[in-house]
Ligand binder design. Structure first.
Ligand SMILES: Nc1nc2c(ncn2[C@@H]2O[C@H](COP(=O)(O)OP(=O)(O)O)[C@@H](O)[C@H]2O)c(=O)[nH]1
Ligand SMILES: [Mg+2]
Length: 319
């Protein structure tokens, strides 16, 4: 095993295989053990733009991201993409398909990495910020994160992007449903993809209606997300998406929102890491078969009461 420091030096001088190996460490949750975080920190100040792209499976996220990174590269950026699809039972295969589809469009103009979270608790929440920092340390930016818009962790990941693009498409669950699941709440830019399909205008109308009625609220209440119709397969509307992302960023810059999002990102990661530490501590304490656990197992105490006592002990740091 080459030392993390050497790998990072190589990755920073453009060695993509070295970067790939560091991303694998991060994905497995092994970055801490190799001291990678500390090595990366001086090179990643959190200045890289982060763009989230989220939506139901099949709405066309990967296809759109492929075009988007081309727009970014044309404008002089060095895009990197993190594609996450933890919901897929066929993760490996589906993710590989994602990358091929994206790369086909992006024509090799971006560093694209797909991430499987291998099911470990909190894996995604911790691996994503680590990977983004690695990208930034290697000179990439803007950074694009594609996540499936289902589940709290995925929504949290996009909530902390500078700009979040939420994608819908006709026939992929309606706008009202997406709103109920909290997906629209994180939208800074709304994209109705598959404009070549029947029903796309209905989706747009529903969205307009919900925006008019103020039914889409949350972090974005001082910003009305633009609705853009796209056909990702042909690239139609991609320049408008890129434009809308830039307008949103300009808005954030002028209102101080950019700094707020950066802080939200750090806050979220600290919270997620605390949860991980507490989880590990609980597991290790339970493995010693404490009396409260035995009482709960024998039925002389409720699981809730046992948990409350053990937690108190854990948090007061008196094992
Ligand atoms: N008709 C049509 N199909 C599209 C469009 N965008 C994507 N697709 C197709 O929809 C499928 C899912 O696309 P993909 O980008 O993988 O969606 P993701 O799961 O959201 O990443 C693929 O077969 C795409 O070729 C579009 O604008 N119109
Ligand atoms: Mg995809």
């Amino acid at each position: 095993m080459i030392a993390a420091r050497d790998l990072l030096d190589r990755a920073r001088s453009g060695d993509r295989r070295a970067l790939g190996r560091l991303l694998t460490l991060t994905e497995r949750g092994d970055a801490g053990a190799h001291g990678l975080d500390g090595l990366v920190h001086p090179h990643a100040r959190g200045d890289a733009t982060v763009i989230g792209v989220t939506g139901a499976p099949g709405t066309g996220k990967s296809t759109l991201v492929g075009h988007l990174v081309k727009e970014i590269a044309d404008a002089g950026g060095q895009p990197a993409v993190l594609a996450v699809d933890p919901s897929s039972p066929l993760s490996g295969g589906a993710i590989l398909g994602d990358r091929i589809r994206m790369d086909g469009v992006a024509e090799g103009r971006a560093f694209i990495r797909s991430m499987a979270t291998r099911g470990h608790a909190g894996g995604l929440a911790l691996a994503v910020p680590g990977a983004l920092r690695l990208f930034e340390a290697c000179g990439f930016g803007p950074l694009v994160v594609e996540t499936v818009g289902v589940g709290q962790v995925e929504v949290d990941v996009t909530r902390t992007a500078d700009t979040t693009v939420v994608m819908l498409a006709p026939g992929m669950g309606d706008a009202v449903q997406a709103n109920k699941s909290g997906l629209l709440e994180v939208a800074d830019v709304l994209v109705v993809n598959k404009a070549d399909r029947p029903g796309a205008d209905d989706v747009r109308r529903d969205l307009e209606h919900m925006l008019d009625l103020g039914h889409i609220t949350g972090a974005t209440q001082h910003w009305r997300p633009e609705i853009i119709m796209t056909t990702a397969t042909t690239g139609e509307g991609m320049d408008q998406v890129h434009q809308a992302i830039q307008s949103h960023r300009a808005h954030l810059t002028s209102t101080g929102g950019l700094e707020a999002r950066r802080q939200a990102r750090i806050h979220q990661e600290v919270q997620d890491r605390i949860a991980q530490h507490l989880d590990a501590a609980a597991e290790s304490l339970l493995s010693t078969q404490p009396p409260e656990l035995r009482d709960a197992l024998e039925g002389s105490q409720t699981p809730a009461a046992a948990a409350a006592k053990i937690s108190k002990r854990l948090l007061s740091n008196q094992p």
